[in-house]
Design a protein around this ligand. Sequence first.
Ligand code: 4AD
Ligand code: MG
Length: 428
Amino acid sequence: MSLVKDLPRLAEEAVTVSGWIASVRVHARVAFVVLRDGTGVVQGVVVKSAVSEDTWALVTSLTQESCVAVGGVVREDARAPGGYELTVSDVEIVGASDEYPIQPKEHGVEFLLDHRHLWLRSSQQRAGLKVRAEVEQAIHDFLYERDFVRIDTPILTGAIGESAGTLFETDYFGERAFLAQTGQLYVESACPAFRKVYCFGPTFRAEKSKTRRHLTEFWMVEPEVAFADSNDNMTLQEAFVCYMVERALERCGPELEVLGRDRSRLESVVAPFPRISYCEAVERLNAEGREFEWGRDLGAVEETLISDWFDRPVFVYNYPKEAKAFYMKENPDDPRTVLCNDLLAPDGAGEIIGGSQREDDHDRLLARIREEGLPEDAYTWYLDLRKFGTFPHSGFGLGVERTVGWITGRPHIRELVPFPRLINRLTP
Ligand code: 4AD
Ligand code: MG
């Protein structure tokens, strides 16, 4: 069996290719069968006079998404998509497909999401998920090349990682357990063991918001570095993001083209990224007539306004304490704020990274846990890190779907995860 991606090297050879029927066009004397095998797409040409009656009958009855094995000879042909095609001599049905639900016409998005298990085969969905896979590989390569040790963190936890508002709770043999909102507290614990660590996995937030940027289950990579301060943290983030974008440009050219992504918007993504403090951002928003009260977290509208000031991703740093999570280190120069940053991507993609220097003082951290009304008992082990050799450290979380959504230019991140979990969707 040959793969479509190898056909350019097999000109004039007889091959068999197995895959799924993307489309069939039958004319009086010739039929065109477009076959997709997961490595590429090839057009098969069936000449009625050159095949048996049975083969012609079978070809004319082929249906969309039937799985077939096609035998034929590879021909170079400048007019064919990809520069080559298959002169078909025989066809065998592997698995028939009757009345495939997704037709080459406009379908509503709910219909497509209901058929996500089939929708995955469509060209734009394939392209988006291919870019996702490449970005995920780039994430691991970047961190591996820089001596980060991957730490797999638990999904079932007793400690609230971010905030009490968006928890999925479950009964754990009589105890309260939550699905992890983050692996951060656990990677922090692994820092003294390995210095540079990261986790990569699904995280869960019972977000009541139905927006194009929120999933209830999303994937996050969370690096954590001992002895890094907030500035070092941003420098690492910018190198990380540039690496991913470069990788997508280098290896996902055909996919970005299928998605109609303007490459120049990605080519301008080079370090350093602009850095603007929360205070400066609020001043500028107000100066531009967008009234915004100091102390609130930035919303999607403000994020888009801010990112439109720049041609590449922008760091907004040092947010007010009350807008951010309990574990962030107080800013010694302005104790109303914490040493943290969000990274806002261009083109309306919004926040793709949230990061911070961590509170490394035991008593301050305990006070923050109490202020937030978090269950103190669940954090005994986390507080231990500040008792037994505490150390300055920083880290961040990058949301995979939001990042891939931005790189591919897709408006809704639900298309960048194979099986999206949304407020109203658990199937398929
Ligand atoms: O800003 P967040 O909440 O930060 C954390 O979870 C930290 N514990 C990370 C760390 O410092 N180790 O989330 C990080 C990123 C966001 O910037 C966003 O990209 C993504 O996770 N994210 C979501 N993506 C999709 N759907 C949601 N509901 C998301 N919530 C956060
Ligand atoms: Mg955030």
